[in-house]
Design a protein around this ligand. Structure first.
Ligand code: ZN
Length: 430
């Protein structure tokens, strides 16, 4: 009996224990789940240039396996950088490169896989190389070529604000933005007559951007809290308007609407002229063409610029730019007689391209943001004695004695040399 009752109590105890476990187990399903809040997402601290966009690294997935290890490294070191500072952000391995996406978080990298053999022609782009264009031989040698002409600066009422204006006594004011527009308007019908489709990035002296300096003042104050003098705050807002916002608006228009094969950025060069109402005239006069490249050590550190550099390399624009730019520079130099602009050989902001004396890589906003080959012309020093006299003589047909010798108007010499350079490059081998 005793044995029987102790057996019974053991069974009861076991039943109770099992029931307790079962109950606890069942209860665990009935209890509301404990929600563990994820740690708040740390905002990504991008380092961006003025009005720069957050880079979309995913968009580079389309370029996977198109460039070889050798080509990537050659373009990066010969054209796109000025020192070894890129190694801080880009690790090149045999089969791939790791590129830092966010400078403030070096662990975030984009992996770019290399191609065993070049597949650059498969890289997505809207523009075509000369070879892809298949221009037919005949009377319209530029048939099928789509050129966008970007007349540098804005001119008109903005010329003084953009510091592209000077005037001597009763002479005509020298305004780069109006002069480039004049050349652009000469060029358009000349190129169309040769069969090209021509788009004007601007047709007048109205800005493309809807921003105006007054609207940009709060941004300037926010980004430069140490800038307290209203004069300098205004200057910075003006610069953000004409130098940055305007070029970004043009790039959006070129990339999303025009989608040309080539952009010609037209400029006139100058050297420091001091007081615009009493400018210094100099003897030096020269010419060079700029292609995108030569990112400075500081520029590589910006998240947007590093991304834009990699995209440029992947689009392969530098090779088409060097080919067309080399021929156009030869023709321009011959017809204008201008010597090359001498950059310092060990410059940390410019790289010579292909040993050509007139061809230099530099990272400008326009040639970086336009998603196609860009030929950026920098001929004539506007405040050289000779060029000043030619500008005062205005436009005229044929030849006139100006600055002591018979010559074409400076505008027609410019336009003729551009057209002849394009004809020379795109001519079909007989
Ligand atoms: Zn300019």
């Amino acid at each position: 009996m005793k044995e029987e009752s102790s057996k019974k109590s053991v069974v009861t105890l076991l039943t109770l224990i099992v029931a307790a476990f079962l109950g606890a187990w069942l209860l665990s399903f009935m209890k509301p789940p404990v929600v563990v809040a994820p740690p708040p997402a740390k905002p990504v601290n991008y380092r961006l240039s003025p009005l720069g966009k957050i880079p979309d690294w995913k968009s580079l997935e389309a370029y996977q396996g198109t460039i070889t290890h050798e080509q990537f490294l050659a373009d990066l070191t010969q054209y796109f950088t000025c020192s070894n500072a890129w190694q801080e952000f880009i690790e090149v391995r045999k089969s791939h490169a790791l590129i830092v996406e966010v400078a403030s978080d070096r662990k975030r990298t984009f992996r770019l896989n290399f191609a065993p053999t070049s597949e650059l022609e498969k890289a997505p782009r809207f523009w075509r190389t000369k070879q892809e264009m298949r221009i037919p031989a005949g009377k319209t040698p530029l048939q099928g070529l789509h050129i966008a002409i970007d007349a540098g600066h804005i001119g008109g009422e903005w010329a003084q604000m953009e510091e592209r204006w000077f005037k001597i006594g009763d002479g005509k004011p020298v305004t780069e933005g109006d002069m480039t527009l004049y050349v652009a308007k000469l060029l358009q019908p000349m190129l169309e007559q040769k069969g090209a489709t021509v788009s004007m990035v601007r047709k007048d002296t109205k800005p493309l951007t809807s921003d105006r300096p007054a609207q940009l003042l709060p941004l300037v104050r926010e980004q430069n809290p140490s800038l307290s003098n209203p004069f300098y705050v205004n200057k910075a807002a003006e610069s953000l308007f004409y130098r940055t916002s305007e070029i970004r608006a043009r790039a959006t228009h070129v990339n999303q609407v025009l989608k040309p094969d080539l952009v010609l950025c037209l400029h006139f060069n100058a050297v420091g002229w001091g007081d615009p109402a009493n400018p210094t005239l100099v003897d030096e006069n020269h010419f060079h063409i700029l292609l995108n490249g030569a990112f400075t050590d500081e520029e590589i550190g910006y998240d947007d610029q590093r991304f834009e550099m990699i995209r440029k390399i992947l689009q392969g624009t530098i090779h088409e730019e060097a080919a067309v730019g080399g021929v156009m520079a030869d023709v321009f130099a011959k017809q204008s007689g201008l010597p090359p602009y001498p950059y310092e050989p060990d410059s940390r902001r410019a790289r010579n391209v292909a040993g050509h004396p007139y061809l230099w890589a530099r990272n400008l906003l326009a040639n970086r943001l336009y998603d196609c080959p860009v030929i950026f012309f920098e001929p004539y020093v506007m405040n050289s004695q000779v060029v000043y006299e030619r500008i005062q003589a205005g436009d005229y047909p044929g030849m006139l004695v100006v600055a002591g010798q018979p010559q074409k108007s400076i505008y027609r010499e410019y336009a003729d040399a551009v057209v002849d350079g394009l004809l020379e490059y795109y001519k079909v081998a007989p």
